[in-house]
Design a protein around this ligand. Structure first.
Ligand code: ZN
Length: 154
């Protein structure tokens, strides 16, 4: 159970954020991100559900004005977040989702950015536990680059 991996005092923040990720995944908009009006049309469903506000006439998706803008498919966000809590490494997450390491990192950065704004305690815990894993990964990358550079200069 994922809750067991999160400290008790963070359960409320974790639950709230997890719920938000699920809402983003389902692409269900509740209000216009610009004027907060709750009446809008659906303009198109694919690839991303796009709405148009009846009040201010602006177009939006469920991720407009959030760090998750243009990071569809949104289901990856929840996958990455929960995988990181289970301490699955970034290369393995990329492999599981069959996407590039860069795509995983872009989403990870958006998650961290969002947590920092809305869930500061969860952010602190999430980034600290991540660092223990990230640092060896970076060290590994540095080694690979160094080997490549050394090969080139020979
Ligand atoms: Zn509006």
């Amino acid at each position: 159970m994922i809750y067991e991996l999160v400290p008790n005092e963070l359960h409320d923040e974790f639950k709230a954020f997890h719920h938000e990720l699920k809402k983003i995944t389902s692409q269900h908009a509740e209000s216009c991100p610009f004027c907060k009006k709750t009446e809008f049309y659906i303009i198109r469903s694919k690839p991303t559900k796009t709405y148009r506000c009846k009040g201010c006439h602006k177009y939006f998706t469920v991720s407009t004005n959030t760090p998750f803008n243009r990071l569809a498919p949104f289901s990856w966000l929840e996958m990455i977040f929960t995988s990181r809590i289970k301490n699955i490494s970034y290369p393995n997450i990329a492999k599981n989702l069959q996407i590039s390491f860069e795509k995983v990192m872009r989403r990870e950065r958006a998650i961290i950015n969002y947590l920092q704004t809305y869930y500061p305690s969860l952010h602190k815990w999430y980034t600290q536990q991540k660092q223990a894993i990230l640092i060896p990964t970076l060290a590994e990358q540095y080694k690979t680059i160094k080997v490549k550079v050394t090969t080139l200069t020979k």
